[in-house]
Design a protein around this ligand. Sequence first.
Ligand code: ADE
Length: 258
Amino acid sequence: MKIKILTLFPKMFEGIINESIIKRAIDKEVCEIELIDMRDYSLDKHHHVDDTPCGGGAGMVLACDVVDRAIKANKGNSAHVILTTPQGIKYDQKVAYRLAKEEELLIVCGHYEGFDERIRSYVDEEISIGDYVLTGGEIAAMAISDSVIRLLDKAIRKESYMDDSFSNGLLEYPQYTRPISYNGENVPEVLLSGNHKLIERFRKKESLRKTLLRRPDLLENYKLSKEEAILLEEIKGELKWKNLEYYYIFPHFHLNTV
Ligand code: ADE
């Protein structure tokens, strides 16, 4: 996959492309990231890319002609063009899987003070990474690139993300490693039993438990298998016993939700 990023701040990306899994993916030619400075498409001799808002008001607005030229020069035949903005569709793992199927992405980083509304019509979709406002679209572009690249063939082992939170619609089960006992807290015995069936059951149950307690909204759209329905009933029974304890761990969940 090729990811081209149109930005006013290419240096911001140095960290993610030179470290860890993304760097390895680039080195292994699983993906290529090209950083494109939008200023290169300004016709102004001072390379201005923004101007004052029509109608008055504070701040500067990213100009549509600069972005249009930059997109046209870099889109090629097949790139899927994304604009990062808090007004876009909310990004999630499903969108990451969908984008991972594209051959080429062109991500246009929204401007920290605003952009000309006409820019919206130059892109295939607008994406927000959450209901908060960043100083610019660069961090959103990094989050999208990172989450898409790790899904590409050979970026990481498939087993490493099959059980990820959200991949199957549930939060991931809890993980442990040595030391087995630490500060009076022990690794659950079943994980040391070597019994793969029991371990699988434990993980499924704890994944359901976490989802029920932390993200009950995810369960609303999740189709439970017969085994999962039984496990969920077991969990609800256990939680009734421990209601108060869980209420104090997650006080924002009302007792009657479990
Ligand atoms: N630019 C500023 N805030 C953003 C957000 N939440 N998502 C995507 N782009 C943004």
